[in-house]
Write a protein that binds this ligand. Structure first.
Ligand code: AMP
Length: 541
């Protein structure tokens, strides 16, 4: 027997309509390329989203079309998120940091009809446009006074385009399983792959993201999401904050600038924020050099890559800000686990607490998780057994965009490519990517653990560890270090730092000091490039 409940589709339109009706007076503050401080209410923002929906119709866009954005975190990008998806079109957010060939590939692969582009990325598209035959035109995200003299074909000015339209729009009734947004993930091999989110997956993820042991968003919060909205829906903040009615502060192109972040936090009384480790390092460095403080700030979420414990402790000890580690991926919308400590865990001695706070945390309801060995046998959650992480759930991909085949295993699990342990409190600890694990003498060495240990050294700015072939051990870890100052630390001192901190056979066999390390478009260390560069490394005895 079925339950006797209404069958209302879970759609992004419903988040917008609810936020407009219930929290219409709440504020969104943005830094944009053409305005250092833009302020509007939810009501004004959604009124513009309806003008945009009319404009899309006037441009001839139809349900099911992919509409691309190359944009920073600001109010216009939010208008695009809601105006496009609620019109039954697919909001394809593009990472402008991708290589040009990748941009060309994904715009053509997605068959984007229109590209909405931030002022700063106009030159990039001017160069590429001849290779994008399917794009009907470009809309520059600015007003007339800042509109560049561009040779982009069929170029429109966003403000002029929407100003010509009514703010009345009847959004279509959508099936909750309809596609809402598209984000490509640049794997280390092959072409980027598209992850196609649905309205339903987005709304379910949005509920989960707001929970107290996840982002813990309240109507009283002022949230500053620094995760780019072009990367996995900005970790869902652009949906969850509106569902809850929180004030939003969006740093636009200034997201990596410690001074702007500090000023925004203090002026707008930001109490929560989320971003990748490099953002927090930039803010911390600014606070340290300027002597400024951020008294309103209570907690930060860090994810996307491992965060050194020294950063977490500096925020807590110097600024009374607690950092939560979170793990996920593009294929998971992205949230998978979140580190929110129990009262008992918080009372543990400092050394134990330092270990736990660095972990990626517990699975969130909606994400079923397991770790398996090389034979796909499930491993215990004992904090010791390390295996490949597999997941399943309603906001996890089952097939890449336009792929012929499912990306799941025979039992319906998605293999994340991460390797982890899970302890008896269900806290996951990412130890590596499957392809980055170092196999030395038949045993596994975690490159992430060695990197975490290296960056805790006060003279180390950044570190990477890769497995390089070794005549005796098959592979040995090679440590690459960017020192704070050239020559500020010797190789022997660096390697001695690991003594007593990791198993002796894990200690890197060599260290090379470098000026820079290669990163991917999403800011992660590009281990593939590092391995390639150092594949002929001569081990010193
Ligand atoms: P992306 O799809 O670009 O967001 O990348 C997802 C990958 O980033 C994951 O599979 C992990 O390898 C890595 N990652 C995400 N969050 C964390 C974290 N908290 N700690 C370590 N690695 C992470």
């Amino acid at each position: 027997m079925n339950g006797l409940m209404m069958d209302m589709p879970l759609t992004i339109t419903s988040i917008m309509n609810f936020a407009n009706k219930v929290h219409g007076d709440q504020e969104v503050v943005s830094v944009t390329a053409d305005n250092p401080l833009h302020r509007c209410t939810y009501r004004q923002l959604f009124s513009r989203a309806r003008q945009l929906a009319n404009a899309l119709k006037s441009l001839g866009a139809e349900q099911g079309d992919c509409i691309a954005t190359l944009a920073w975190n600001d109010h216009r990008h939010i208008e695009l998120y809601y105006g496009i998806s609620s019109s039954g079109m697919i909001c394809h957010t593009i990472n402008p940091r991708l290589f040009e060939e990748q941009l060309e590939y994904i715009i053509n692969h997605a068959e984007d009809q229109w590209v909405f582009v931030d002022l700063m990325f106009v030159p990039l598209l001017e160069k590429l446009q001849d290779k994008l035959p399917g794009v009907k035109g470009f809309v520059v995200l600015t007003g007339e006074s800042h509109m560049p003299n561009t040779n982009l074909r069929n170029a429109h000015c966003y403000e002029t385009l929407i100003a010509a339209e009514s703010d009345q729009f009847e959004f279509p009734e959508l099936d909750e399983n309809q596609a809402s947004a598209l984000c490509y993930t640049s794997g280390t091999t092959g072409n980027p792959k598209g992850v196609l989110y649905s309205h339903r997956s987005t709304v379910l993820h949005c509920y989960a993201a707001a929970l107290p042991d996840v982002f813990n968003i309240s109507v009283n919060d002022t949230m500053m999401p620094i995760v780019p909205m072009f990367h996995v829906n900005g970790w869902g903040n652009a949906y969850s904050c509106f569902m809850i009615g929180a004030k939003m502060v969006l740093p636009g192109p200034k997201m990596g600038d410690g001074e702007t972040l500090c000023n925004l936090i203090n002026r707008e009384k930001v109490n929560k924020s989320a971003g990748v480790p490099t953002i927090w390092m930039a803010l911390l460095q600014y606070l340290e050099t300027s002597g400024e403080s951020v008294p309103s700030l209570e907690s930060l979420v860090v994810g996307g890559a491992a965060c050194p414990v020294s950063i977490m402790k500096a925020f807590e000890e110097k600024h009374n800000v607690w950092m939560h580690n979170a793990w996920g991926m593009t294929e998971m919308s992205p949230l998978g686990t979140f580190n929110s400590l129990s009262t008992a865990q918080k009372q543990l001695p400092e050394e134990e607490l330092d270990i736990i706070r660095q972990k990626a945390g517990r699975p969130i309801f909606g994400v079923d998780m397991k770790i398996v060995d090389a034979n796909d046998k499930e491993l215990p959650w004992d904090g010791e057994s390390s295996g490949a992480v597999k997941v399943r759930g309603p906001w996890i991909t089952n097939r890449y965009f336009k792929a012929e085949e499912s990306n799941l295993d025979a039992d319906g699990w998605f293999e994340t490519g991460d390797v982890a342990t899970i302890d008896s409190s269900s806290f996951m600890n990412i130890t590596d990517r499957t392809k980055d694990v170092i196999k030395s003498g038949g045993e596994w060495i975690s490159s992430i653990e060695l990197e975490n240990c290296a960056v805790d050294h006060p003279q180390v700015t950044e570190a990477a560890v890769v497995g390089i072939s070794h005549p005796r051990w098959t592979e040995r870890p090679l440590l690459l270090v960017i020192p704070q100052e050239p020559g500020s630390i010797s190789a022997a001192e660096m390697l001695a730092w690991f003594d007593g901190k990791v198993a002796s056979w894990w200690i890197p066999s060599d260290v090379v000091f470098v000026e820079s390390l290669p990163h991917t478009a999403t800011g992660k260390l590009s281990k593939k490039d590092i391995r390639e560069e150092f594949k002929h490394h001569q081990w010193t005895e």
